[in-house]
Design a binder for this molecule. Sequence first.
Ligand SMILES: Cc1cc2nc3c(=O)[nH]c(=O)nc-3n(C[C@H](O)[C@H](O)[C@H](O)COP(=O)(O)OP(=O)(O)OC[C@H]3O[C@@H](n4cnc5c(N)ncnc54)[C@H](O)[C@@H]3O)c2cc1C
Length: 434
Amino acid sequence: MKIPAKCDVAVIGGGPSGSLTATYLAQAGYDVALFDKQRHPRHQVGESLIPDFWKYCDKAGVTDQILADGFVRKAGGTVDWHGTTRRIAFKDFGYTRPALHVERDRFDHLLIENARAKGVQVFEEVVAGECDFGAPRGARITCRPLGEGGTAQSVDCRIVVDASGQSAVVGRQLGVRSFDDAFRFMSVYGYFENSKYYGADGEVHPAASVHAVPPTTFVSSVPNGGDWGWCWHIMLRDCVSIGFILPMDAMKDVKASERSWEEYFLQQCRSFPRLAGLLEEAKFRAGSVRVVRDYSYRSTQVAGPGFFLVGDAAGFVDPIFSVGVVLGMYSASAAAWSIDRIFNSPERTAEHIALYTNQLQGRMEMARALALPQYEIRGSVGEEARKIVKFTDEKAKALMYAASALTGRAEHVRAMTGEPLPRTASGTVAADPR
Ligand SMILES: Cc1cc2nc3c(=O)[nH]c(=O)nc-3n(C[C@H](O)[C@H](O)[C@H](O)COP(=O)(O)OP(=O)(O)OC[C@H]3O[C@@H](n4cnc5c(N)ncnc54)[C@H](O)[C@@H]3O)c2cc1C
C-alpha cells in the first residue's frame, strides 16, 4: 500500500493508544493513516491489565479476538509491602469480567490488525518525524519508510495524533514534556519458565495451573528501595515476567561495574526470599533481560490546534498499579470523540481541546496520586481530578482506594479526592496471615 499524500487524521504509533484512536475514528467514517516505526508483533513491556480495559475493546469491536486468544486471566493482586502481605480480588469489587496478563506483542498485534480491518491504512516500519502545524490543511507530517530506498514523504492531514509512547514525537517537538525530577527511575526485567505463583486464595500454585487457578499480579517492595523501589511477578501463558523498578542511582553502580544487566537481574531475583521461593524450580530464559526508563512525566499541553497527544506520549506515571494501558485506551476514546466533534463543529475547536485537556490531565493526576510515593496536589489539575472521581463508577473507585492502601498511598488519594476514606480501603483488603 502506498503512503497517501493526505488523510483526515495521521496517527503516530501503533501501540494500544494509537491503534484504538485510529479504529474509533475509522469507525466514525474518517480517513485515517497510522504509522509505526516497528513491525508488529513487536516487544513491549506492560503485561498486567486491570479489568476496566474491556469497554474500550468492546467499542473497537476487538473483544472476541482477545477472548479467543486465551490470555491468562488474573484474579487480583498480592502485595508484599515492607513485610506486610495484602491481597485484593477483583470479584470482591463487583467486577464480572476478568483482568488479563497479556503478552504485549500478541495483544498489541490484535489491536493493530483490528484497526486495519476497520479501515485504517496501517504503515509499519515507517518513522514519523517533524510536523508542521502551520500547513494549509492543518498539519503536515514527514514520514520515512525504513530500509533501503526509503525516501521521506509528506502527508497532509487535519489533525495529528501523537501515540508514539515514550518517544513522544510531537510532545518533544513542541517542548511540552515536564519530567518529575524526584522520579528518575529505571526498570530491569526478564523472563523465567515454570515459576510458581500466588492465586487469589493466597496459596502458592504451580505454573501448570495458570489457566485453572487464575494468578494474581504479585508486587513487592524491595530492600533499600524505601517506598520507591518495587518489583513485579506477572504470570503469562508459558513464562513469568519479572521486573525491578529502581532509582537511577542504584542502576548507575551497575553501569559503572563490570557486572552485566543479566547478572544484576538474576542476583536481584535471588535476593528476595519470597520471589526466590516462587522461582526455585524455574528456568531463566537466557537473553531475555532488558532495561527501560521509568521516568514519570506529564505534558504541559496535551492538545492544541492540529494535534492531540494520547497514551504515554501525553504522560507516564510509574506502573505500580498497572494503569498505563487503560489510561492510554481512555485517552484514545476521549481524543477520538473530541476530534469527531471538532470536525463536525470547527467553531468549537477551542472548547473541545479544553475539555480533552481537563479530562486527561485529571485522570493522569489520579494515576499520580495512586502511584507516586510522594504526592502534592497541583492547583487546577487537582480540581479536575476531584471532579472525575465524583463521576467514577463505584466499583472502580472502591478498587482505587483499596489498591492505594496496599502500598500506603491511601492518604494521597484521600488528599486528592478530598473525600473521607471509605470502608473498602481497609475492609476489602484482606491481610494475609502467611
Ligand atoms: C517498566 C514498565 C512496566 C509497565 N507495566 C505496565 C503494566 O503492567 N500494565 C500497564 O497497563 N502498563 C504498564 N506499563 C505502561 C505501558 O507499557 C504503557 O502505558 C503502554 O504501553 C502505553 O501504550 P501506548 O500505545 O501509549 O505506547 P506504546 O505501547 O509505547 O506504543 C508506541 C508505539 O509508537 C511507535 N513509535 C515510536 N516512535 C515512532 C515514530 N517516530 N514513528 C512511528 N512510530 C513510532 C513504537 O514503535 C510503538 O509501537 C509499564 C511501563 C513500564 C516502563
